[in-house]
Design a protein around this ligand. Sequence first.
Ligand code: TYM
Length: 337
Amino acid sequence: MEKKRMLSGITTTGQMTLGNYIGAMKNFVSMQDEFEMFVFVANLHGITTPIGKEDLRRNIKNMVTLYFACGLDPKKSTVFVQSEVLEHTLLAWVLTCNTTLGELQRMTQFKDKSVKMKSENGTEFIPTGLLTYPVLMAADILLYDPAFVPVGKDQKQHIELTRNLAERMNNKFGEMFSTPEEFTPKVGSKIMDLQDPSKKMSKSAENPKSFIALLDDVNEVKKKIKSAVTDSENIIKYDPENKPGVSNLLTIYSALKEVEMNEVEKHFEGKDYGVLKEEVSEVVVALLTDIQTRYNQLLGSDEVDNWLNEGAEKARKIARKKMTKVLNLTGLNYKRK
Ligand code: TYM
């Protein structure tokens, strides 16, 4: 039987967090046998907010190396860098011309980020890319006709927009895209901020204690988990509404240990928060140690660049074929009737 295709990407802003890992990367890795997996490093998304050249380079390099250090296997998955497949931006433009301003202004991530930029910098300087980036994301997806897009909860709205755009284009110009479904993990589709568990864990948080980056020093990680906000009840129970901090730690444990939540609750029954933090720390540190060892072996090696060149080559073939279809059906290719 032919494998179904999956596609996803992670933006190169800052480092990869434990949230990115649990909500996305871990699933790319675990599903690369079952699916035909396409994973790219979203470096074009990494310039939606201002960033200097050296920082950008470093972020991309970190990210490409981390992809393989986390377990993506170039023999099984097609791994590539977004800007190396030019069709992404070409399709994004065609789709932009078929998207309304209202649709993009409604995206919660745009609203949150633009408000944050205004309040933090007191600036009216909101890059247009911050508004239009969901269209680029739709292009990333639609070029490859994936059946599923594995993402965390925060990307659901963008996948919905992608589906709407696919249907709109098909109705207007003729069948050109399939409509993908999002695939969110059962546990860990939204890992929360360690200091403010009402917010999602984000690499752009101001306080470094709020998030765990995969390349963090493990001693720092232990301290971050120790200082994670809980509550004063000292009862370990999964109750995200009333006990968001404790529930977040339980979620991290459950996802990384791959143990069902009711089993996790049983395991911690009667124990105190000190024990919970200690055990969460152990699983996180074990994971990070493993990833960092492979990361240090791979960093700067030609191997990584070769894998990415091969990945881009494979991706380009598919993207080019799809783009030709789009150019023909929309009339942009005037030579074809
Ligand atoms: P990004 O880079 O913000 O996040 C990458 C992936 O990690 C997930 N994620 C989380 N999951 C659980 N808990 C969290 N705290 C957490 N934070 C992030 C995200 O849901 C995402 O799956 N626009 C996308 C990247 C992208 C993309 C695409 C994804 C560009 N083109 C095409 C899929 C398909 C983004 O900025 O994700």
